[in-house]
Design a protein around this ligand. Sequence first.
Ligand SMILES: Nc1ncnc2c1ncn2[C@@H]1O[C@H](COP(=O)(O)OP(=O)(O)OP(=O)(O)O)[C@@H](O)[C@H]1O
Length: 631
Amino acid sequence: MAKHQFQTEANQILNLMIHSLYSNKEIFIRELVSNASDALDKLNMLVLTDDKYKDVAFNPRIDIVANKEAKTLTIKDSGIGMNEEDLMNNLGTIAKSGTKAFLENLSGDQKEDSNLIGQFGVGFYACFMVAHKVEVTTKKAGEDQAFLWTSEGTGEFELENTTQDGHGTTIVMHLNDDEDEFLETYRVESIIKKYSNHIPFPIFMDKEKHIPAVMDDEGKEELEPSRTEMENEQINRANALWTIAKKDVTDDEYKDFYSSIAHSSEEPLTWMHNKAEGAVEYTTLFYIPSKAPMDMYRVDYQTGIKLYINRVFITDDEKELMPTYLRFLRGVIDSKDLPLNVSREILQSNAVMNKIQKSSVKKVLSELAKMSKKDSAKYDEFYKEFGNVLKEGLYSDFENREKILELMKFNTINSDETVMIEDFVKNIDEEKKEIYYITGKTSLAMLKNSPALERFKARNIDVLVLNEEVDTIIFPMVTDYKEYKLVPVADAKFEESEEEKKAEEEVAKTYEGLAKEFKEALGDAVKSVETTSELTDSPVAIKIDKEDPTYMMAQMMKQMGQGGDTPPPAPIFMINPNHELIKKLNDSSDTNLVNDAAHVLLDQAKLFDGQELSDTADFISRLNRIITKAI
Ligand SMILES: Nc1ncnc2c1ncn2[C@@H]1O[C@H](COP(=O)(O)OP(=O)(O)OP(=O)(O)O)[C@@H](O)[C@H]1O
């Protein structure tokens, strides 16, 4: 017998399970049954596709035995089983890289945290919430040696050779004194019905059956007394839910199935069940969770879609099954038209798979569009959790860009509530057909007050206000919507009459001196200083010259996820000759004051642009000097 230590992270998880996450203990059954079902899935596929396993008998079943005398609960499956290496790798170490994140993400709310267990694939350890000792006896299909793994959940486990008829895994849990409820058949049965009713394999359990007394023909004399007998009965429906016609599935059944495949006790926000017939036959059942999975923004996020080929499980670890911007989906794709021995490479270039994927994406997008129109409250919930992920599709899925744009909710200058693009375009100039937008990494209120929007407000033109960080990367790449052009505010051009142009030139001349003084004071911090008629309320603003190579370089670096710390290129400093402050500075002969004002005004414009000041102390001392003079 050999003793082994649990890996540190496994130990931490164990401790958590035992001491913190005990409010929803019953999920240990869901987790172990789900592992048993996975083990049956794996064997099913090998028996059908791998010659090595062609003589292995596949009699799929899961048995649950509650022994009240011994106080043990046993869960047994006839699945793939584990050899020594599997046991060492799976039950003692934690292979998934997301585990650290799991530990970091615990909120302290037991209910929420216990939902995370399944998401992070650490389900096996849940049995230590109810058991002080766990014995796993297992033999891998096609191999001769069986093993016994034992642990008391206290930091170490033991591994020894044993014997076992046939392949599969038996897990015996020695339950703690106060866990008797899990020895009651009705309790276990109700947990199975709640979480595992629709796993595709039968679960059996001994149930007491009442046999009524046998009476004589006249019904007067008791020939045999009534008695109870134990009968081994299937306690789940074991029908792959997605194969059942929509009309025959109740909402509760859909919800229960979600809980078993998504390892979540939370209800899904919605689901979409679709059967396609024709050249390619397939069924999809997709769920949208009500809360974003914890690992949604991690590169190593866990996929939520299981691929079945004619009900045989193939994979749940294939990121290409659905585009990444729909990675929040949970569910099943099942098709008869794919080859069973499909490999990852084949899957990616398979025409049938591509067709299924394309139509599934279209279906999901159109269902979302329907939801946005019919049930806006639900859509708002969806958008709050997943809007920014969906937005990624704007640059990664060119084909569906228009549809994805139509699913976005936009803030605008003129509206207090978000609007959809279809409604927004109803109010734009049909001649110009331009949709203006501003992006910035600041608060919505701040961006709505940006000086760059003043010329739009003056003309009563509405503008999309995009203040999420992803917007600054995504929207420059989105140039069209139907016949409309998307134009950043800085690039918007408005016609000016000859008189207006002349008047502006005149003004510019009057302010030439001040512009020169500002440029001298600011040096290379600005590219140039220009008067502008585009501002109304603000004295100054900055704008980046789009032709500037340093600007384009900075944008490219940003899109490649680099250059986060490189300073933005020197901006054009625009001054508003109609503003009181600029007028007064133009008339002032105090060169020190003009110098201080130039710096303070530039910093002010930068702040409005969402930038941080490079020298806050300098800003404050200049500002104080100006105030002192004014008092
Ligand atoms: N009954 C079983 N038969 C065969 N292998 C099993 C069984 N139970 C667990 N295992 C192995 O142990 C591993 C760890 O199980 P655990 O429940 O902790 O996480 P997981 O099943 O990988 O994650 P998830 O719950 O997200 O599927 C499994 O991946 C599987 O390889």
